[in-house]
Design a protein around this ligand. Sequence first.
Ligand SMILES: C[S@@+](CC[C@H](N)C(=O)[O-])C[C@H]1O[C@@H](n2cnc3c(N)ncnc32)[C@H](O)[C@@H]1O
Length: 197
Amino acid sequence: MNRENRSSRNQPLVPRGFKPKLGQNSVGRDPFFQCQPNPQSPEGISLAPYVRTLPLVVDAMLDLAQVGSEDTLYDLGCGDGRILIRAAQRFGTQGMGVDIDPERILEAQQRAREAQVQDRVTFLQQDLLTLDLTPATVVSCYLLPRSHLLIRDKLRSQLRPGARLVTHSFDMGDWLPTATTTVSDVINTYTIYLWRI
Ligand SMILES: C[S@@+](CC[C@H](N)C(=O)[O-])C[C@H]1O[C@@H](n2cnc3c(N)ncnc32)[C@H](O)[C@@H]1O
């Protein structure tokens, strides 16, 4: 491998709209922990960089939330749509995903077509802070810890009784979860959190 390739591979990816805060965390070079929401983003407030949830974590989230065919699952900051697409494939779940990044929405729509679940999932470029959550029976999100705190009141006021919220890696501060579980790969252990409204 030449010097240029090695150098670029070792650089942490700093997603568009984020400013790295180097040296202010203890999680090494993980870009997720080195970023600050950027309130100047023209699309809205950026509440997290783009980091994909691993497939084994996606499945564990769906299992902990007991997602089924009757559910309407919302993913807040849907990225490439993997959580909703997987739920549609496994259970036939209807899904709604929003992301402020138009590239992610195009990617999610393409992946949905490839998985032949485009009739079950909708992906919109939208600031999740402006999204009406009242139709959701299950909400998933994977945002920065401070962003989880920012949307906590919205979740509690808009979700109907019996609805579930599922996150991983980050909790909701002093809003204690109904249940937690962990799932591991060869490198990491991921904690998954569930709240039942
Ligand atoms: C950590 S990624 C999670 C992606 C996907 N949910 C997953 O678990 O694989 C967070 C996503 O939230 C999106 N995002 C950040 N701020 C947002 C906002 N205000 N409204 C909608 N999406 C946002 C980012 O563009 C990014 O794709």
